[in-house]
Ligand binder design. Structure first.
Ligand code: PLP
Length: 395
């Protein structure tokens, strides 16, 4: 018999599992060419050529034992150093390898850092809408995720609401920039206010509040938007980064945590992260992928492809009467449901072959998420169906 906890998790993840099976069911009923699946955020542009080339070169030239051996839980020292230098070039910092911990993607990094920081019952704040897996990641470490209600329609984090939500039990806050599911990029003024609140609350309560910045979409920005580097605003920040989206390597499970020396109890946090990597079951981030990203970390997959998808879909949907803020990052549109119950709206869309994700899963009812990381052809062929869907509500 599976545990009660697992039963709850299975129920919670039913939405995502349902997306996979629903897509399959719809393809069987409507035919492959009549289904437009915007459900899952799986990158669909190739990794840069240099990624495969580097992997092949490593496999052909490196000593087999060295290439396939266990490494330190924090990562290979030369890789940590190469990543630190890349981060320094981009954000004018002075990190060394000591500030970097290699992880199995951002999911690995988030689970590791939460395991390091949380005691049973500690509270972690986040701003809705938020990546639904945060609930589970925080629970895995014995904590409790508290979502601050969405700030509609800008979806920018609200410093005032944060101030009201912080309690003596608040151990951390997770911010995701650019945001999944809204595609909104948090600007420096907004983040500056958040930093101000955190500093004041740390002083008032005599506690340490860690800011965890989840940044797997950092490179996916459009219209010249920039993603502020939060450690410059708030020293007690840990950044979770991933190559899943920037290099299109979601299945290779590679990313890293940046733990600046300004983080409270920095040495212990880094050491703890190495231990957490081991005891959570990752043991170490995949060695081949560590070595690949050490060489390819300054490259990007074809971001312009997502930008074009965004332009086509956003302008068509606006023209058809859908309400949605133009996203500046990630590869999602967060669209207002055309009826109050967004589940009914999602079901209506299925009649036209369109599959999208209800906003409630992200803590924001009344909206739906459209993941536009799909083939261009899928977007172009889906437009008449979106138009019909809008018309169904305009009668
Ligand atoms: N955080 C957010 C906001 C995400 O959207 C995702 C994946 O889609 C992750 C973390 C996990 O990413 P990774 O594949 O790097 O573990």
């Amino acid at each position: 018999m599976i545990s009660k906890n697992m039963k709850i998790l299975v129920e919670k993840s039913a939405g995502i599992s349902a997306l996979f099976s629903e897509g399959k069911r719809m393809r069987e009923v409507l035919g492959e060419e009549n289904v437009f699946d915007f459900g899952i955020g799986n990158p669909n542009v190739n990794a840069p050529l240099s990624v495969n080339k580097t992997a092949i070169e490593l496999l052909e030239t490196m000593d087999s034992l060295a290439l396939h051996s266990y490494t330190d839980g924090t990562g290979i020292p030369s890789v940590r150093q190469a990543i630190a230098e890349s981060v320094n070039r981009r954000f004018q910092e002075e990190y060394t390898g000591e500030n970097i911990v290699m992880t199995a993607g951002a999911a690995g990094g988030l689970n590791v850092i939460l395991k390091v920081l949380l005691d049973q019952g500690d509270e972690v704040l986040t701003f809705a809408p938020y990546f639904s897996e945060y609930d589970v990641y925080v629970a895995n470490a014995g904590g409790r995720l508290i979502a601050i209600e969405p700030n509609v329609p800008s979806f920018l984090p609200d410093a005032k609401k944060l101030e009201e939500a912080i309690t003596p039990k608040t151990k951390a806050i997770i911010i995701n920039n650019p945001n999944n599911p809204t595609g909104v990029v948090y600007d420096v003024q907004t983040l500056g206010k958040i930093a101000g609140v955190l500093k004041a609350k740390e002083k008032e309560l005599g506690t340490s509040i860690y800011l965890i910045s989840d940044e797997p979409y950092r490179e996916l920005v459009f219209d010249g938007a920039t993603v502020p580097y939060i450690p410059k605003l708030y020293g007690n920040t840990i950044v979770a980064y991933s190559f899943s989206k920037s290099l299109s390597l979601p299945g290779d499970r590679i990313g890293y945590l940046t733990i600046p020396s300004t983080v409270q109890d920095f040495q212990e946090v880094v050491f703890g992260a190495g231990v957490a990597n081991r005891i959570l079951g990752f043991v170490n981030a995949p060695v081949l992928q560590q070595l690949v990203v050490a060489k390819c970390c300054d490259e990007k997959s074809d971001i312009a492809f997502y930008d074009k998808n965004r332009e086509i879909l956003y302008s068509a949907l606006s023209q058809y009467g859908f309400e949605c803020a133009k996203p500046q990052g990630a590869f999602y549109l967060f669209v207002k449901s055309m009826e109050e119950d967004e589940f009914a709206f999602v079901n209506k869309a299925k009649e036209f072959g369109i599959l999208m994700t209800p906003g409630s899963g992200f803590g924001c009812k009344g909206y739906v998420r459209i993941a536009y990381c799909v083939a261009r052809d899928t977007i172009e062929r889906a437009l008449p169906s979106f138009e019909k869907l809008a018309k169904a509500y305009q009668k």
